[in-house]
Design a protein around this ligand. Structure first.
Ligand SMILES: [Zn+2]
Ligand SMILES: [Zn+2]
Length: 312
């Protein structure tokens, strides 16, 4: 249902088997790409992920290791004769526009066959169904502030789930089957002059799905709050050793242990660590530092994938 792929798990500098940051979330064949580091296109090929049906590139911040893949990807969309508009969202500093924030990157991009729509990430998030109708109506992308050395965001993707449809109640109210979908979609219907509301035939909303992507950040409350009850938290863990907490804070990053603590405090179900320093050869060596606080912690790697389904 919600397919998540890590394309790149390196921080700052790529390694032969570790590309720079990029993560894809796909539902019904449409995708959001979060960050687009150098090498994202080849990383996607290696992971067997097709980026052509990406509707949004959501940027956490404008450090090179998160954005240098953009011009090449935009050109490939053009060569693929894309016509659908592409949205790019990201943080914007007061007094600037996103065009100014992204100016140097866009200057490298030639004429495109499709429209680029650059928008500062809206406060109330993006209703993805409005961008491409294949997205389920309740799918949302929202952002939250993080604490890095520059203006930065993390992202929450959520897929709400309506309550159970009560067919017996609908039949009793005389609603013909052909109108059930209207009620399931959240609109009311008129039956012989009587209005039937969705709440007349739908149970309370059920637990949906939530995926949170930290971007680059030091340990902060806003990330813990955003990750509350997340099905999956993808969290930066630039430094392996807990002794590096002070240097991590100086550079606006986290240690493995801090990522574990964030997931534990947030009550997240799963935790994937990512954005590893090039000094970390094997992230598994440091995994116990995160697992000590959050036993379900897992190391991310390029091509790591999960498919999340509604419970029950
Ligand atoms: Zn970074
Ligand atoms: Zn950064």
């Amino acid at each position: 249902m919600v397919d998540i792929s890590l394309l790149g798990t390196a921080g700052a500098v790529p390694l032969p088997d570790r590309a720079l940051t990029a993560c894809v979330i796909t539902v019904n064949g449409r995708s959001i790409l979060i960050d687009c580091g150098e090498g994202t296109q080849t990383a996607a090929r290696r992971a067997d992920v097709n980026l052509m049906r990406t509707d949004v590139i959501a940027l956490t911040h404008y450090h090179g290791d998160h954005i240098f893949g953009i011009p090449g990807l935009l050109q490939s969309f053009d060569l693929g004769e894309r016509t659908a508009p592409l949205y790019i969202v990201g943080p914007v500093r007061p007094g600037l526009s996103i065009e100014q924030e992204l100016g140097p990157v866009l200057a490298l991009t030639g004429r495109l066959s499709y429209e680029l729509r650059l928008i500062a990430m809206p406060e109330d998030g993006l209703k993805l169904h409005k961008l491409a109708r294949e997205w389920p109506e309740p799918a949302r992308l929202e952002a939250f502030r993080t604490e890095h050395r520059v203006n930065s965001l993390g992202y929450t993707f959520s897929l709400g789930r309506a309550g159970k449809f009560n067919a017996a109640a609908a039949s009793k109210l005389g609603v013909p089957k052909i109108l059930w979908r209207v009620l399931q979609g959240g609109a009311s219907v008129n039956i012989d002059g009587n209005e039937v509301l969705p709440s007349d035939v739908m149970g309370p909303p059920r637990r949906g799905l939530k995926v949170v992507f930290s971007g680059d950040t030091m340990y902060c409350d806003s990330l813990v709050n955003a990750a509350r009850g997340a099905d999956l938290l993808i969290c930066e863990a630039t430094y392996g050793s807990s002794d590096q907490a002070s240097i991590a804070a100086d550079y606006g990053h986290m240690t493995f242990a801090q990522a574990g603590l964030t997931a534990a405090q947030a009550g997240a179900k799963r935790l994937w660590l990512t954005h590893f320093s090039q000094r970390i050869t094997d992230p598994a060596e440091f995994l116990p530092n995160a697992a000590e606080v959050f036993p379900a912690a897992e190391c991310g790697f390029d091509g790591k994938r999960a498919n999340l389904e509604f419970e029950g």
